[in-house]
Design a protein around this ligand. Structure first.
Ligand code: NAD
Ligand code: UD1
Length: 339
């Protein structure tokens, strides 16, 4: 079966392409490279020894989608394409709503018209309302999002749900990711943020390689064991495998499904710094900085539903995540920007 992967040149998309190809799926990628490099596609082919059909197009371009659906026999879509920087979305809400919502709408229309019925969607833990007790379950209330980015995930979930109700046999698996980190163990693909990284792990690894002199830890006075925020970090390869499991699940379970992809374990910012130092032997200088607006003290997943219904469990631990992040960063100090 061929899978159309939107945003397949990106961080999570590229790792998912590798898992799909390794499991015998054909892969067609559409990505406009707004936040990625075509080199990722070459690296996917290098790792797997298999070909990827790649289209550098915008998912909002309906004519391009039509051409792709006509040319390839697509059995399923995984929709990663989107803008994802939370802070940026606050300053550029219209760009975020345009990109993230219209890509989802155009894609659903094209699927409806070309008879493609299965879609896996990259949602986020950010859709959960912060009032929920932790760990978060799929049944907990969503909404009260704290950024336009979060609202685009919330609204895309609704667009997909409504399409599932209206289009015969349409099925969606909404995957709510917690905090993906790490990289493929080959060190050939990984996360390559543009500019100053917003997220913790890419920042730590850029300090380690010497691109930044120290990490700012945003607050150490939270009500958590060591005062720094607690998150559920998950290896990106585990996350990628969750998508393959969701495709499998949809073969027998039609309609809407929603799954958390997290480990169920919470680690603090200081835990992450210490683990990275222990695994890599590289010291990470840090300073305590003011809290970052909008941060929650702690959240992590209840992954029981994914374990039970998808038969999916995260296999990699924190040391694996640190080791593989470092393999990628040390082999590619400037990400894909360096050859
Ligand atoms: P990424 O930026 O590395 O990948 C997204 C890809 O989509 C990029 O290659 C980008 O060029 C492409 N893209 C964006 N808009 C496009 C458009 N209109 N047409 C075609 N291509 C387009 O991000 P990622 O970390 O791999 O995230 C993938 C998905 O998972 C995103 O939807 C993101 O919101 C979601 N997600 C990510 C995280 C995370 O921590 N990385 C957490 C939760 C959810
Ligand atoms: C962020 C997004 C969230 C998204 C998630 C996925 C925000 C407010 N939220 O969540 O919507 O779903 O990424 O990856 O951006 N930290 C530092 N110093 C740094 C960077 C981060 O101390 O330089 C701390 C943060 O305060 C936080 C923790 O590290 O406590 C994790 O941060 P980050 O990697 O940005 O993830 P989230 O905040 O969980």
């Amino acid at each position: 079966m061929n899978v159309l992967v939107t945003g397949g040149a990106g961080y999570i998309g590229s790792h998912t392409c590798v898992e799909l190809l390794d499991q015998g799926f054909g892969v067609v990628v559409i990505d406009n490279l707004v936040n990625s490099s075509a080199k990722a596609i070459e690296r996917i082919e290098q790792i797997t020894g298999k070909h990827v059909d790649f289209y550098q197009e915008d998912v909002r371009n309906r004519a391009a989608l039509d051409r792709i659906f006509e040319k390839h026999d697509i059995g399923c879509v995984i929709h990663f394409a989107g803008l994802k920087a939370v802070g940026e979305s606050v300053h550029m809400p219209l760009e975020y709503y345009d990109n993230n919502l219209f890509s989802t709408v155009r894609l659903c229309e094209a699927m409806r018209d070309h008879g493609v019925r299965d879609i896996v969607f990259s949602s986020s833990a950010t859709v959960y309302s912060s009032e929920n007790p932790i760990p978060w379950k799929e049944t907990y209330i969503t909404g009260n999002c704290t950024s336009p980015y979060g609202w685009t995930k919330y609204m895309s979930e609704q667009i997909l749900r409504d399409t599932t109700k209206a289009v015969d046999d349409f099925s969606v698996s909404l995957l709510r990711y917690f905090n993906p980190i790490g990289a493929h163990s080959s060190g050939l693909i990984g996360e390559d943020p543009r500019g100053i990284p917003n997220n913790l792990m890419p920042f730590i690894s850029q300090v380690a390689i010497g691109r930044r002199d120290h990490l700012n830890i945003f607050g150490n006075d939270y009500d958590t064991p060591d005062g720094t925020c607690v998150r559920d970090y998950i290896h990106v390869v585990d996350l990628a495998r969750g998508h393959v499991a969701a495709i499998d699940y949809m073969k027998k379970h039609r309609g809407e499904s929603v799954f958390n992809l997290g480990t169920g374990m919470g680690y603090s910012v200081l835990d992450m710094v210490k683990a990275f130092e222990r695994v890599t032997g590289v010291k990470i200088p840090y300073e305590i900085a003011p809290r970052r607006p909008g941060d929650l003290p702690a959240f992590y997943a209840n992954p029981d539903k994914s374990a039970k219904l998808l038969n999916w469990h995260a296999q990699y631990n924190l040391d694996d995540m640190c080791r593989d992040t470092w393999a990628w960063q040390s082999k590619n100090p400037m990400g894909y920007g360096e050859e």
